[in-house]
Design a binder for this molecule. Structure first.
Ligand code: HEM
Length: 165
């Protein structure tokens, strides 16, 4: 298991390049925020659609569910952009972020967001395989979408605190 000092040493050339290159800093921050805006914006809209679908008719629900399903891919692309840029920005200043409780707190919220996303997809697939159980599993889907909503904001808060704490 490499120590933080080893990782800092390995990342030194990148950190040196990054600290001197304003265009690289701008591109990575844009990638980070664009991934957040695109992925997070769609995810939050899908979360809200699911709350509304709870009171929708039995005929309308499968259609709503299919629409929500179509957002998963672009949300994952947005998340991938945020992860790649986030890891590169982290590597550029490991001395600060490695021991930072805020950084680890943000990562914990991020891992929970991913785990919750996987759970949400698992519930959706179950509904498609056995539509008869839609009413019983709907409450779980709504709970998962509420958790997702809160976690997206928690990760954003973690990012803002990283910059300003
Ligand atoms: C593995 C995933 C991630 C890592 C390693 C990461 C890492 C970072 C780092 C190091 C910064 C500070 C950049 C700097 O000061 O130059 C930052 C800022 C930020 N991150 Fe992330 N991040 C990740 C995912 C996310 C996600 C998914 C979101 C959105 C939901 C997000 C939202 C933000 C925000 C809002 C900022 C502050 C931007 C600003 O104030 O200018 N991050 N992140």
């Amino acid at each position: 298991m490499p120590t933080l000092d080893t990782l800092i040493e390995l990342a030194r050339p990148w950190a040196k390049f990054y600290s001197k290159s304003s265009p690289t800093q701008a591109v990575l921050m844009f990638m980070h925020l664009a991934g957040m805006l695109g992925g997070g914006g769609l995810a939050i809209a899908a979360d809200r659609a699911m709350w509304k679908a709870r009171t929708a008719s039995d005929e309308a629900r499968p259609r709503l569910l299919a629409e929500v399903e179509r957002t998963h891919r672009p949300v994952l692309i947005g998340l991938a952009m945020a992860v790649v840029s986030g890891l590169l920005m982290t590597a550029a200043d490991l001395k600060t972020y490695g021991p930072s409780l805020i950084w680890w707190g943000k990562m914990a919220a991020f891992v929970l967001l991913l785990a919750n996303g996987a759970w949400l997809q698992f519930i959706e697939r179950g509904m498609q395989r056995a539509p008869a159980t839609i009413n019983t599993t709907w409450a779980r889907l709504v709970l998962s979408s509420r958790v997702s909503y809160v976690l997206w904001f928690a990760v954003v808060l973690g990012g803002v605190l990283l910059k300003n704490a």
